[in-house]
Design a protein around this ligand. Structure first.
Ligand code: BDP
Length: 698
C-alpha cells in the first residue's frame, strides 16, 4: 500500500456481524437522476461497498423493492417519500445533504438527498465515512451543510511544474500533455477533494505567471474544469497584475486606465466563454515584489474592485490577499497588513474576499490570530492556512496541523462581544456576510502518496473538514482520518490519535517555544537559523524577530514597544500587553523578557525555554516509540516510510534544540538546566551547515 488511495481505502469491515448488518440495510442501490455527478456517486458507492462489504452492487434498481440505499436530489425523489424530508430541506443550503433511514411499505430505505446532485455526492461520501469508521446506520437522521461557501486549495504550482514550497514532487498539472491527456490523477484528486467537501482549486502560484491567462493555457484549464465540475469543484487562477502589459501589449496595468479595464473585461469574458462556472481570480499584489495597483499610485481597493467588475457579470469572485509588508517600512512587520487594509473596510465590491493568513507574520509553528479578523466588519475576510509545511521541516516532520487550525479558529477576537471567534468572523455569522471562505496552501504533488509523507495526508483531510465546518474538533477529525486511512482497531486508533494531537505542540517546543518565531534558516527555510542576519530587508532576518541580547529575548510588541497589541480589541490587547496575563505560548511574541524572568512554573525564562526544547525532543522520541510498536496494524510500506520519517524528525528535533540553545546561550550566558541533554556539537558547526539539496534552495 503506497498511500495513493488516501483516506478512501475502503478496507473490508472486520467484524462479520457488523458487515452483515450493513449488508442487510443495503441490499440494493437506487440512484435517482442521470447526471454525471450521480454517476460518480454511484460509482463511489460501488467501489466503497465492494471494498468494505465484500459484495458487488452491480445491478442498480430504479425503484426499491428491498432494503435499499436511495440517493438523489429533491426534484428526483419519488412523491411517496419526499414528505419525510420537508424539514431537512429547509435546514440545508445548496451544497448540504440529508441522510435519513425511513420505512416504506415494510422496507427500510436509507435515503441520501439534498437540493443539488453535488449535495447528494457529499452525502454519499459522508455515508461511506460512517461505514469506514464502523458507525451504526440503522436509525440515521443527519442534516448537514457546509458553513463556508468557498473552500479552496491554493496550489503554489508554477507552469514549469515546480511547486513553490512544495515537498511532494512536482506539480500534478501536466501542462505539456494537456488538454488531450487526462491524467487519472486529476480524477482521483477531484474524488478526494469532493469526499471532504473542498469545492474549489486555484491551480497556479500566487507569485503568478501571466501566461496562464493566454488562450493556449485556458484551453488546458478548461479541460481540468470539465473534469472537476461534476465533483462540485470550481477552478480559479492567479492573476498577475501586470498581465495587460506582459501578454496584452498595453503600456500600463493601471487599474483606473480605460484600456486596462477593458482588457480585463475582455479577458474574463473569454475565460467564461470556455469555462462558464470559472471561480475567479486570486491575487497577490504589491507584496514581495509582485506588481500591483501601487505601482501606479493606486491602492488595493482600486485593484481589487477593477478585477471584481470584470468577473462580476459571470458570477466570479476575487480573492485579494492581505499578505503585505512594505520594503522600506520602519514599522513592525506584524502590523503592516492591518495598518494597510483596515482603513479600506467597506470599500471593496461585494464579490471580493480579502484573504488573510492565520497569523500576522507567516505560517509559523504558532502565531496569535491575525488582528484583521474581526477588525473589518464590513468586508468579507477569508482565512488562509498553509497545509504544506514550509516552516515545519519541509514536510519531513509529521505534524498534525488540525490543532493549529482549530486553535486559530477558536481564538476569541472579542470584537463584537465575548465569543466573537475567528470561526464566527469567517463563517459570516458575526457580521452577516454571505460570501465566506477558507483557503489552504496545498501540500499535494506528484509523489505516489500525494503529500510526500503519508501522515501529512491528514492535513489535507483536516483542512477540508474544517472548511466545511470550522467548529469541528481535531480529536474527531483525527479519529475519522485514522480509521479511514489505517484501521479501526482501538489498540491502534488510541495511541496514534494521542500522538497526532501532541505532534504540533511538540514541534512548537523543539522549534519555537514560548512565542519565538521566524528563526529558521534563510531562503529555503529548512532547519534552524536563529543567527540569520544577512538580509538587507531587516524583516527577513531571524535576529529581527527574536531580538536576543544580554538582557533577554523576544519582540516587544506591547505599548512600550511596537504596540502591535493595539491592533487587537481592547480586552485582548490588555491581555497580550500585560506580561502577567499574556499566555506563555505568546510570551516572546509580545514581550522582550529578561533571561531570569520567572515563568508560571517557577523556572527562569532561560531554564524554562531550554526545558521546552527538551520536551519537544522527548515527545518526538515517544512518537517514534509508539509508531514502532504498531507494526502489526499497518501494511509494511506505509509503516516503514513513517518509521524513517519519524527518525528524521527525531534527529532534526535535536538539531533544532541544540543549535537554538547554543545560540541563545551566547546571550543568556547561563548553564543548561538539569534534564536538558548537552549538545555534542558546537554552534559553529551548526552555523556552517549548508543544504544545497533543500527544496526551494536558490
Ligand atoms: C511565504 C513564502 C513565499 C510565498 C509567500 C506568500 O515563503 O514562498 O510566496 O509566503 O504567501 O510563506 O505569498
Amino acid at each position: 500500500n503506497d498511500g495513493y488511495k488516501l483516506w478512501l481505502q475502503y478496507r473490508l469491515i472486520e467484524g462479520e456481524g457488523l458487515r452483515e448488518s450493513y449488508r442487510s440495510n443495503i441490499q440494493e442501490l437506487v440512484p435517482l437522476g442521470d447526471s454525471k455527478t450521480i454517476e460518480i456517486a454511484l460509482n463511489e458507492l460501488q467501489v466503497g461497498l465492494k471494498g468494505m462489504l465484500g459484495q458487488e452492487y452491480l445491478s442498480v434498481e430504479r425503484e426499491s423493492i428491498k432494503n435499499s440505499l436511495v440517493f438523489g436530489r429533491k426534484e428526483n425523489l419519488p412523491q411517496t417519500i419526499i414528505g419525510f424530508f420537508d424539514k431537512g430541506y429547509h435546514q440545508i443550503n445548496q451544497e448540504g445533504f440529508i441522510i435519513r433511514s425511513i420505512t416504506v411499505k415494510g422496507k427500510k430505505q436509507l435515503v441520501i438527498t439534498g437540493k443539488t446532485d453535488v449535495g447528494v455526492l457529499y452525502g454519499v461520501h459522508h455515508f461511506l465515512r460512517l461505514l469506514q469508521t464502523n458507525q451504526a446506520i440503522g436509525k440515521l437522521n443527519i442534516v448537514d451543510s457546509p458553513k463556508l461557501k468557498v473552500r479552496v486549495l491554493n496550489h503554489w504550482d508554477n507552469l514549469d511544474r515546480t511547486v513553490e514550497r512544495g515537498y511532494s514532487g512536482g506539480s500534478i498539472w501536466d501542462w505539456h500533455r494537456l488538454p488531450d491527456f487526462i491524467d487519472q490523477r486529476y480524477i482521483d484528486y477531484a474524488r478526494a477533494n469532493a469526499s471532504i467537501g473542498i469545492n474549489g482549486t486555484v491551480l497556479t502560484n500566487v507569485n503568478a505567471n501571466a501566461l496562464i491567462l493566454t488562450p493556449q493555457y485556458i484551453e488546458k484549464v478548461k479541460v481540468l474544469a470539465d473534469v472537476f465540475r461534476p465533483y462540485g469543484i470550481k477552478v480559479y487562477l492567479t492573476a498577475r497584475f501586470s498581465a495587460p502589459i506582459e501578454i496584452g501589449g498595453l503600456k500600463t496595468a493601471d487599474p483606473l486606465d480605460a484600456e486596462v479595464i477593458s482588457w480585463w473585461k475582455g479577458k474574463a469574458a473569454r475565460i467564461y466563454a470556455e469555462i462558464p462556472d470559472f471561480g475567479g481570480f486570486l491575487v497577490k499584489a504589491n507584496s514581495e515584489g509582485q506588481p500591483g495597483p501601487q505601482n501606479y499610485g493606486r491602492n488595493h481597493v482600486d485593484g481589487a474592485n477593477m478585477l471584481a467588475d470584470a468577473v462580476a457579470p459571470f458570477g466570479g469572485i476575487i480573492m485579494w490577499r492581505a499578505f503585505v509588508y512594505a520594503e522600506n517600512s520602519s514599522d513592525d512587520r506584524a502590523k503592516e497588513a492591518y495598518s494597510e487594509f483596515v482603513p479600506y473596510d467597506g470599500q471593496f465590491k461585494d464579490n471580493v474576499l480579502v484573504q488573510v493568513k492565520n497569523g500576522p507574520i507567516d505560517f509559523q509553528p504558532r502565531e496569535p490570530f491575525h488582528p484583521m479578523f474581526g477588525a473589518m466588519p464590513k468586508t468579507p475576510l477569508m482565512i488562509e492556512f498553509q497545509i504544506t509545511q514550509e516552516y515545519l521541516g519541509c514536510s519531513t516532520h509529521s505534524v498534525f496541523l488540525s490543532t493549529l487550525f482549530e486553535e486559530v479558529l477558536a481564538s476569541d477576537t472579542d470584537r463584537k462581544c465575548k465569543g466573537s471567534t475567528v470561526a464566527k468572523v469567517i463563517d459570516g455569522s458575526l457580521s452577516n456576510k454571505k460570501l465566506t471562505g477558507m483557503a489552504g496552501v496545498s501540500n499535494i504533488g506528484t509523489d505516489r502518496n500525494w503529500t510526500g509523507n503519508v501522515f501529512l495526508q491528514a492535513n489535507w483531510y483536516s483542512f477540508g473538514r474544517l472548511a466545511w465546518n470550522p467548529y469541528m474538533k481535531s480529536a474527531d477529525i483525527a479519529d475519522e482520518w485514522i480509521r479511514a486511512t489505517f484501521s479501526n482497531d482501538k489498540a491502534f486508533v488510541q495511541p496514534v490519535k494521542a500522538f497526532m494531537l501532541q505532534s504540533r505542540e511538540a514541534t512548537v517546543n523543539y522549534m519555537t517555544p514560548l512565542g519565538l518565531h521566524h528563526i529558521m534558516a534563510a531562503g529555503h527555510h529548512y532547519g534552524p537559523g536563529p543567527w540569520v542576519d544577512i538580509f538587507e530587508r531587516a524583516e527577513w532576518n531571524s535576529v529581527y524577530f527574536h531580538k536576543a541580547d544580554t538582557l533577554g529575548v523576544g519582540f516587544d510588541r506591547s505599548t512600550t514597544g511596537s504596540n502591535a497589541v493595539g491592533q487587537y480589541a481592547p480586552e485582548v490587547a490588555r491581555m497580550f500587553n500585560d506580561i502577567n496575563t499574556c499566555p506563555e505560548e505568546y510570551l516572546l511574541w509580545f514581550h522582550h523578557v529578561p533571561w531570569n524572568y520567572r515563568l508560571k512554573n517557577g523556572q527562569s525564562l532561560w531554564n524554562g525555554m531550554a526545558l521546552k526544547y527538551q520536551e519537544g525532543v522527548d515527545t518526538v522520541a515517544a512518537m517514534v516509540k509508539t509508531w514502532s510498536s504498531l507494526e502489526g496494524y499497518v501494511d509494511s510500506q506505509r509503516f516503514n516510510e513513517m518509521n524513517m520519517l519519524l527518525d528524521i524528525q527525531y534527529k532534526e528535533a535535536k538539531w533544532w534544540r541544540d543549535s537554538c540553545l547554543l545560540y541563545f546561550q551566547r546571550f543568556s550566558k547561563m548553564e543548561l538546566p538539569e534534564g536538558v541533554e548537552k549538545p555534542t556539537r558546537t554552534l559553529e558547526y551548526f552555523q556552517s551547515l549548508e543544504f544545497p539539496f533543500a527544496p526551494g534552495h536558490h
